[in-house]
Design a protein around this ligand. Sequence first.
Ligand SMILES: O=[N+]([O-])c1ccc(O[C@@H]2O[C@H](CO)[C@@H](O[C@@H]3O[C@H](CO)[C@@H](O[C@@H]4O[C@H](CO)[C@@H](O)[C@H](O)[C@H]4O)[C@H](O)[C@H]3O)[C@H](O)[C@H]2O)cc1
Ligand SMILES: [Mg+2]
Length: 364
Amino acid sequence: SGTGNDRNPYLGAQFYATPYYASEITTSINSFKAAGDSADAAKAAQVQSVGTAIWIDVAAKIPNITTYLDDALALQKSTGQIQAVTFVVYDLPDRDCAAAASNGEFTVANDGLTHYKAYIDGFHAAFAAHPDNRIICIIEPDSLGNLVTNLNVPKCSAAANTYKAGIAYAIQQLQFPNVALYLDAAHAGWLGWPANLQPAATLFSQVLQSAAPATIRGFSTNVANYNAFHAATPDPITQGSSTPDEESYIAALTPHLQALNVPANFVTDTGRNGVQGIRQAWGDWCNVKGAGFGVRPTTNTGVANVDAFLWVKPGGESDGTSNSSAARYDFHCGQSDAAQPAPEAGTWFDAYFQALVKNANPSL
Ligand SMILES: O=[N+]([O-])c1ccc(O[C@@H]2O[C@H](CO)[C@@H](O[C@@H]3O[C@H](CO)[C@@H](O[C@@H]4O[C@H](CO)[C@@H](O)[C@H](O)[C@H]4O)[C@H](O)[C@H]3O)[C@H](O)[C@H]2O)cc1
Ligand SMILES: [Mg+2]
């Protein structure tokens, strides 16, 4: 199809490290230094050069796309190395419909699809002006997962058509020779269950048919989650599942996608999966205590149809507030395995970042 979806976009490229994440980390470097912990301060400094995805979670951040692409282009020219820049498209109306922590700015009731299309048009314009960058988009984490398992949640069922139309529009508008798209496929503990697997593949296929002839590179898994890619021994919480890790989930999903002629390449988030056995239940997702940075971004995944391990969720940015009186409080963020006190989703959680550094596996 002559777009960036025809090949692994990360091959031969550096994983672009954003100045923004580096600046957030400076806060924690200073915390380590203030505690006289120079060793961990040095480890934290290493993380400043690890590539993470850039979450465009509000329309006000659309100008950032150009800022980062210009910065990455300058870096390409000065180093002679291609910089793969990964964005997360994350602003659907009634976003995060089965939770409360990451509710977005648009609603279906308030003409959300119109606003969402304008948001996507902002990506289109920025990408059209940057033909020399290597660009990847992770499209709408959790969204289709919610349409597979949470249509019983009124907010999800009411938003279903808007999610599908919005995602199809995004796929159509983000077709460029230098852009690769990965649609979010949740994770092993969410859609890996036999009851969810075929419905997920069918839904992905339907969305792609509505976007045709526009296409994607494949799917992202484990975004903002903690699952092992390859678990030496299954985490107890996965008891009874035939897909106890991301590798087995991807292996199980792939034939369902191939049967529907849907591209079956993947990227998996390893940004917070260095430590297993830390969750009380597989559904626990909020600021899980004991988590550590996982395998650094690489194309050496060991699996032919897994293009790369990425750090999609920037470790250290909160999953959600633990303040039970806050508007966006979600009870998962107040559970026994959730680190507390935690700030609002997306804001810097210094203590959590410090723990990710200490618990990193492989170690920093
Ligand atoms: O034995 N069996 O055969 C069997 C069969 C079916 C079973 O049921 C399955 O159980 C699973 C595990 O509880 C559930 O998975 C959880 O679903 C939640 C949404 O509902 C997800 O939460 C999201 O997480 C995101 C970050 O990942 C956040 O960004 C986002 O804000 C947040 O909302 C959890 O990750 C995810 O782990 C499935 O729905 C459910 O169908 C269970 C057993
Ligand atoms: Mg979230």
